[in-house]
Ligand binder design. Structure first.
Ligand code: FAD
Length: 392
């Protein structure tokens, strides 16, 4: 152990992206001593990757591609490892045909008879002469019946069943407005994301985390549930550490309802289960990720040997099943279910947290938000400033 808990200036709960970056910044730029408690047996949170039994690098908690339009964030993360430019191809299988997603002009060619396809593309060019992508909602609500029919086809065959399965509701209860921002391409361009920077770390995310966390002022304890070590003072204004007579600042990146022992009720999440398989074939499917909207139980399959810098050792893939989240079972809270009710409950927990003087919250769980990695990174860097100002 590099230093003792008595010497720590901060305890950070969670060694995911947010916890790790905050630790790095405080350790290097503020010369603070940081103790990280991580419940899992590894660092890197949901970005954790490893080499499987067949020599292929896989992402334990689902496929992760770093993408951003913010050059500063890209520069920040690439300080900690080499990244390969990578634009991920994504297909969706509808009625047995695999078509690009976001859907593009090839989708029209794939599903409509030639004459109808040409007519539809012509209408699109007339109504949207300068638009590369358009949200599906706009297509569904369009005044032109031919364009609207295309939207209805995509909604019925893909968006409604996929979204319903993802969130555990019936397709007929899917309100198209939830898809307000989902893009459809009006060109033959492919590639899942449009961001300026899209990349994967050449040696994996876990190696990037090793570099972020490798500092004499950072001490990490894995397999350590912070909640078995922390407790609230009687007036609930301080978080204290069992057996420690010193006050210490706590930065918490875990779930907020859990921190307060679910005293106001549980925040709702959706979970995932991954079924891992390996086959001795060079290729299992036509793209790294294929979505299967019409399958009853799973949403998509990721074939990891199709990500960059893999050896030709067969196909390792994970089938992704959305699941109910139950905190009493061994499942992870992946996606917050954002409703008016859940936001209200979250705000009540936030109010409780604001009374705890030595507590700072950040991260997808503590903030009860879905963050892409660049948003999580931004949140971490902003939190560092908050923490520094708080102490001054
Ligand atoms: P986490 O990574 O969850 O880290 C929090 C850590 O805190 C965890 O390791 C947890 O074990 C630990 N912890 C919690 N409670 C305690 C406790 N009591 N004691 C000790 N430790 C505790 N983003 C992209 O930009 N591109 C993608 O392609 C992408 N794909 C994704 C795919 C899936 C399936 C999912 C779910 C997310 C994806 N993301 C993607 C989002 C990305 O995973 C997050 O932005 C990022 O991991 C958030 O980091 P974090 O530190 O907030 O949370």
């Amino acid at each position: 152990m590099a230093f003792d808990i008595e010497e720590s200036d901060f305890i950070i709960v969670g060694a995911g992206l947010v916890g790790a970056v905050i630790a790095r910044e405080l350790a290097v730029n503020q010369q603070k001593k940081i103790l990280i408690w991580e419940r899992r047996n590894h660092i890197a949170g949901n970005m954790y990757d490893y080499i499987d039994d067949f020599g292929i690098r896989v992402h334990k908690y689902g496929p992760h591609v770093f993408h951003t339009n913010d050059e500063n964030l890209f520069d920040y993360i690439t300080q900690f490892g080499e990244f390969d430019k990578f634009s991920i191809d994504y297909l969706a299988e509808i009625d047995g045909i695999q078509t690009p997603t976001p859907f593009n002009f090839k989708t029209i060619d794939d599903f409509f008879p030639r004459r109808e396809a040409e007519e539809l593309k012509q209408h699109i060019k007339e109504y949207f002469p300068f638009q590369e992508t358009v949200p599906i909602l706009k297509i569904l609500k369009h005044s032109d019946p031919i364009i609207r029919k295309y939207g209805e086809f995509l909604f019925e065959k893909d968006y409604a069943p996929y979204t319903a399965k993802q969130w555990g509701i019936s397709p007929k209860d899917i309100d198209p407005s939830v898809l307000a921002r989902v893009p459809v391409r009006f060109s033959y361009k492919i590639g899942y994301f449009d961001d300026k920077f899209q990349a994967l770390p050449s040696n994996g995310y876990t190696a990037v985390f090793n570099n972020i966390l490798n500092h004499k002022n950072i001490n990490i304890e894995l397999n350590t549930d912070a909640l078995s070590r922390l407790f609230f003072s009687e007036d609930n204004t301080e978080l204290l550490v069992k057996g420690l007579n010193k006050k210490v600042q706590v930065i918490y990146t875990g779930a907020l309802d859990e921190l307060f022992d679910w005293s106001l009720g549980a925040l709702p999440y959706r979970s995932l289960k991954f079924e891992w398989r390996h086959e001795k074939v060079a290729s299992f499917q036509n793209a790294p990720i294929v979505a299967y909207p019409q399958e009853p139980l799973f949403t998509r399959i990721t074939e990891y040997n199709k990500l960059p810098v893999q050896q030709d050792r067969g196909a390792s893939y994970a089938i992704e099943y959305p699941q109910i989240y139950d905190r009493n079972k061994e499942v992870e809270p992946y996606y917050p279910i954002l409703t008016n009710e859940s936001q209200t409950l979250y705000k009540k927990y936030l109010e409780k947290a604001s009374k705890v003087k030595n507590l700072t919250l950040a991260g997808r769980l503590a903030d009860f938000k879905y963050y892409n990695m660049d948003q999580a990174l931004k949140r971490a860097l902003e939190t560092v400033q908050v923490v520094i100002n708080k102490r001054d």
